[in-house]
Design a protein around this ligand. Sequence first.
Ligand code: AMP
Ligand code: MG
Length: 446
Amino acid sequence: MTSTAPQDTGRQQQRLWSVDEHLADILAAIRPLEPIELQLLDAQGCVLVEDVTVPVALPPFDNSSMDGYAVRVADVQGASEEFPAVLTVVGDVAAGSDELPAVGPGQAARIMTGAPLPPGAEAVVPVEWTDGGRGGGAVTGMIPAGSAPEGAGGEVRVHRAAEARAHVRARGSDVQAGDLALAAGTVLGPPQIALLAAIGRGTVRVRPRPRVVVLSTGSELVQPGEALASGTIYDSNSFALAAAARDAGAIAYRVGAVADDADTLRATIEDQLIRADLLVTTGGVSVGAYDVVKEALSTAGKPEDAAEGAEIDFRKLAMQPGKPQGFGSIGPDRTPLLALPGNPVSSYVSFELFVRPAIRALMGLPDVSRPSLRAVLQADKAIGSPAGRRQFLRGMYDAGSGTVSPVGGSGSHLIAALAHADSLLVVPEEVTSVEPGTDLEVILLR
Ligand code: AMP
Ligand code: MG
């Protein structure tokens, strides 16, 4: 191979990289963040890095699954509507009770859901199987003061038999002490956080959410809410990408638009490094006169002019939108940086294809990319696509019919169409025209 020979340099720079090559290079350079101990709710969506074992059985004690009466099985045997068992109520057991009345022969204790099964009792009869203590009349409101425990003194009529352990949730029936509660590698969603809390864990060791700093570039950009001067537009990219970063699981810091001035951009990036696990810029990566990101970060031309420690590779990809892309690292910690093109649809599509996987790789998540599936193109006419480029069109997917329809055209400035799409239609590199009815790959964005 002579690809590094001087005469080939020109052609090397012209080389188009495939979407897959670019993503593979990014993922090869990204290392998952070091684990830290986090409070449970801060660990939501994160990957557990320790095996968590159960310290004490769950439930920790036998308890009632119903509001009713704790009884001895023999006492209610053969009980019926016609011939109810009449039991003396010896006390009340609420959830959280620690002093439990002993239930002897001919006795019952009123018990609430979650309350510990008192000694002597073998089953719980739900209150619906009883007269609710009204037969004796003394359980609610008529407790003899001072004499007996709360709830004692009355009678209850039970009109159905109960088997041993009926309506009793046994100690350890959920998990036993020493069991593996959650294995390292588990992604912590709400049910996993519930389990951790239930077994008493206050904190867990996880890979943290990456802190992603998003900055847009362009002297034409105005912050939404302010007045537009002639020739200016609102900065939508920094909002779109900060939102997308959050959606991917990151903690996003949106830096307002930076003017097209290399010194300002370098200084801003250097200031932001302190709080960044990943930097994302938009705009200024093509070949225009004010392509400031390239100017500020590229080491290809004049390394001495590039930002401190910048090693960013600017490439052209065989994709549409999103042809110009930059990727590398910057600063003393070699923080990864992705430089995305400025057109709003280009930057968003680039985010979905490259930044989202980078964020998820930093988190150590197993699935880094959006899910995709196959769907049938529904359209009035064939859609054209440039040869040699993988095209990503905005679409609306219909799961019922398994079809996808294009939304808006291919213009990379069409923000409204993007806002009304839920998916990306993928037209492969070699395909230049897609007939309605063709089966296509669809990337689901929601
Ligand atoms: P650039 O890559 O910087 O030349 O930008 C390409 C196009 O995208 C230009 O029309 C820009 O005005 C537009 N653009 C760049 N950045 C943003 C942004 N943050 N929000 C909205 N439009 C942008
Ligand atoms: Mg620009």
